[in-house]
Design a protein around this ligand. Structure first.
Ligand SMILES: Cc1ncc(COP(=O)(O)O)c(C=O)c1O
Length: 366
């Protein structure tokens, strides 16, 4: 069976580096917000080309704390997309704001900037584009609208480590960039972890307070905050893995190129990398009709697939209050029953990539 993901392969490839990093932290005896977190924050900020980075407990916390730091709260509206992982919306709910959902571009599946202005009201405070599947949203028009209408921009970079838009890295274009280090991400911890990048010193300071109960210094609480701290073990592992990120992303792109070439004469709709964008292929998502049968056929050929995401937010029971926004989400509803992700992690062998291509071709009657 070719699995959809296999994190143990990555660990085996760098076991001594990871074991060494973990042992060092354990021996030092300081486990939460310490020197490894600071080193990782500096290294990741530098990697992205951002001035500041603030490590937090998870990707959803990076989004939530960013919204709070930007002054978003109850009664406000945040413009985002419906074709995303639920945490994007959990963060909006946690801030007390309401989501205004915008349709996806039918080619890149990222936020359609042409549909944003329709959704702006006098309660709108922020735009939250998602760099979905590892491809940046079309940021220039989004930033232009935000500037003109006085809105904050919070980038959801949970899937976009190292991705670029017109030469700028994900996480450096909006007011903040919000990363997840969930183990299966392109840069993954061995547990939960997240980080916010920003070029705004004031926001960085506020985020540092918010992640640690609002403390300005020990036991002096400037604002009401949260517990969302990156721990030393995760930071040490992430620091060890960071130097591999570009290589892993390059391998993901190699696999993506092989899939796109190998499937070019089938009816499978392959992902499109828009001009000026550098996709990190966190996920290789294709569109097919008859998706259930397609998945069954692949499984019969020994290939696991996953759907990202089967139910858009406005069709989720938990977000029933957004159902009425369906009229704005035509493309989102069209793609939901057609999308399916092929295995695309960097440790896949060329032989496995060939097997996936052969299995997809067979499933499509080629
Ligand atoms: C698009 C998107 N946003 C936010 C998140 C939240 O990240 P985390 O699971 O680290 O909270 C994820 C990943 O789960 C994601 O894929």
């Amino acid at each position: 069976m070719i699995p959809f993901g296999d994190l143990a392969r990555q660990y085996r490839g760098m076991q001594s580096e990871i074991d060494g990093a973990v042992a060092q932290v354990l021996a030092r005896g300081w486990y939460v917000l310490g020197e490894k977190v600071e080193q990782f924050e500096t290294a990741f900020a530098q990697y992205c080309g951002a001035k500041y980075a603030v490590g937090v407990g998870s990707g959803v916390d990076a989004l939530h704390l960013s919204l709070v730091a930007c002054g978003v709260g109850p009664g406000d509206e945040v413009i985002t997309v419906s074709n995303t992982c639920v945490p994007t919306l959990s963060a909006v709910s946690s801030s007390g704001a309401s989501p205004a959902l915008v349709d996806a571009d039918p080619v890149t599946y990222t936020m359609d900037p042409g549909k944003i202005e329709d959704r702006i009201t006098d309660r709108t405070r922020a735009i939250l584009p998602v760099h979905l599947y590892g491809q940046c949203a079309d940021m220039d028009p989004i930033l232009e609208i935000a500037r003109r209408r006085g809105l904050r921009v919070v980038e959801d970079c949970a899937q976009a480590h190292g991705a670029t838009y017109r030469g700028r890295k994900a996480g450096t274009m909006g007011d903040t960039g919000c990363f997840s280090f969930y183990p299966s991400k392109n840069l993954g911890a061995v547990g939960d972890g997240g980080l916010v990048t920003t070029n705004d010193a004031g926001l960085a300071e506020r985020l540092k307070q918010l992640r640690n109960y609002g403390q300005e210094r020990r036991y002096y609480h400037k604002v009401k905050g949260f517990n969302s701290r990156l721990d030393e073990l995760q930071a040490a592992v992430l620091l060890a893995k960071l130097s591999h990120l570009d290589g892993w992303n390059a391998r993901r792109r190699e696999i993506a190129a092989a899939y796109t070439k190998g499937l070019s004469d089938t009816d499978v709709v392959c992902p499109v990398e828009a001009s000026g964008r550098w996709h990190n292929y966190h996920l290789y998502v294709v569109r097919v009709s008859g998706r259930d049968r397609f998945q069954e056929r692949l499984l019969a050929s020994g290939v696991q697939t996953v759907i990202h995401y089967p139910v858009p937010i406005h069709r989720q029971e938990a977000y029933a209050e957004t159902q009425g926004q369906a009229r704005y989400l035509e493309q989102t509803d069209l793609m939901a029953p057609q999308i399916v992700s092929l295995p695309s992690f960097p440790e896949l062998t060329d032989e496995e990539v060939g097997t996936v291509i052969a299995a997809v071709r067979k499933a499509m009657g080629r």
